[in-house]
Design a protein around this ligand. Structure first.
Ligand code: FEO
Length: 391
């Protein structure tokens, strides 16, 4: 038997905790599992389900609804069409033949592309539209690109609850219903933001402005615990999405025979000697979550690679490509590298990082092993970096 968890009168968490999931999208490591949150909102006249769950967990969702004695569902709100929230909708529609899916016009097409949902069972809602349930009403805010183009959030005005789907979420499997009870919530939220939301920093900062004047008691995302101190969450997101970058240097390197490692270590030591905060990463054993998280606070990005078949080491290519895609707000860049008879790594890595529009502060290449001239150049590079960091 699975039970719903009461949030307030006639509002319940009816989702699923995936305690042991290890990766998402075959890309993102889930060090603490995740959850797929779904919420039941009962008005005096109508009942709505906010989002569904990942398809394997639909029996859990339906069991929770059974435990609550839910015989009729009028609406399934699909805030976001990605399948970890929408994939269960066809099965829920089968169980509740009178239910309609509510979603944005953009989501309607995406849902029908991804899932077997008959067109008449989808009702689109406009930005700012209200749907009454009797005594309480759902209000929809379109918020495209958090992180797909069709997304919206749902606001329950009378109860001051924002159902924010992926936004403000965390991949955190926990028995805590509320985030104030979850000891690891902050690092989990930060990692989640870095991996999923950071590329959409600019639209999100506008949505934070829109949410600012709205009264909130709870923010109920679709992953991780419910936020019972919403203003703190909004403030944290404001700091992560602000235009001004953090103050650290990310040094991402890979080395085959030790030359690049010596260069990276010299730079790290030189920066520490200048009181500059450094986050080093060995790209040969990269934890994507930790790396992405460090990018939030980076002001300067340094990539260091040996030359392999004329270009950068594939691990450096992956690290640079990933960084470019995640769009951190770093402003400065630098490169270190080694080669024996020729190299194209400077142009290649700069090209891979081109979306970031970094001001490049220098490149130091060693022919073979680094010697005093290269170490001196690295010290000069450290001077240039330090001059752009708050110390
Ligand atoms: Fe949790 Fe974008 O899905």
């Amino acid at each position: 038997m699975t039970s719903a968890r009461k949030i307030t009168d006639n509002i319940y968490w009816v989702g699923a905790v995936d305690w042991h999931r290890q990766t998402f999208d075959e890309l993102i490591p889930l060090s603490e599992g995740t959850s797929y949150n779904a919420y039941l909102v009962q008005g005096s006249e109508r009942t709505a389900l906010i989002d569904a769950v990942d398809p394997p967990f639909v029996p859990v969702l339906l069991d929770r609804l059974d435990q609550l004695g839910v015989k009729q569902l009028d609406y399934i709100v699909s805030n976001h069409s990605e399948q970890d929230h929408s994939g269960g909708i066809p099965m829920v529609l089968d169980r509740f033949p009178g239910a309609q899916v509510l979603c944005t016009p953009k989501a309607k097409g995406i849902l029908r592309d991804l899932l077997p949902i008959a067109e008449p069972r989808i009702q689109t809602v406009e930005d700012g539209e209200r749907v009454p349930l009797g005594g309480r009403s759902l209000m929809f805010f379109h918020m495209p690109w958090v992180h797909w183009p069709e997304t919206m959030v749902t606001y329950l005005e009378e109860d001051q609850i924002l159902f924010s789907c992926d936004l403000f979420g965390s991949h955190l499997a926990t028995s805590a219903l509320f985030s104030s009870q979850a000891a690891t919530i902050l690092p989990a939220m930060k990692r989640y933001y870095a991996e999923i939301m950071m590329p959409f920093r600019i639209p999100i900062s506008k949505y934070l402005d829109r949410l600012g004047p709205i009264a909130l008691k709870l923010i109920a995302p679709s992953h991780g615990p419910i936020h019972d101190k919403p203003e703190q969450v909004l403030d944290i997101y404001r700091s992560w999405t602000a235009a001004e970058p953090g103050n650290s240097v990310v040094v991402a390197y890979v080395s085959m025979h030790g030359s690049v490692q010596q260069m990276a270590e010299r730079l790290i030591e030189a920066l520490l000697a200048r009181n500059v905060s450094v986050d080093p990463f060995n790209l040969a054993a990269l934890d994507l979550g930790n790396f992405a998280t460090a990018l939030i606070d980076a002001r300067t990005l340094v990539f260091a690679s040996p030359t392999v078949l004329g270009g950068a080491h594939p691990n450096a290519v992956y690290g640079a490509y990933l960084t470019n895609a995640l769009r951190p707000r770093a402003r400065y860049g630098a490169l270190l590298g080694s080669y024996s008879w020729g190299t194209k790594i400077t142009a290649q890595l700069q090209d891979l990082l081109s979306a970031l529009k970094l001001e490049m502060l220098g490149t130091v290449l060693a022919k073979g092993a680094p010697r005093p001239a290269e170490f001196a150049a690295i010290d000069q590079l450290a001077d240039a970096i330090a001059a752009r960091h708050n110390q």
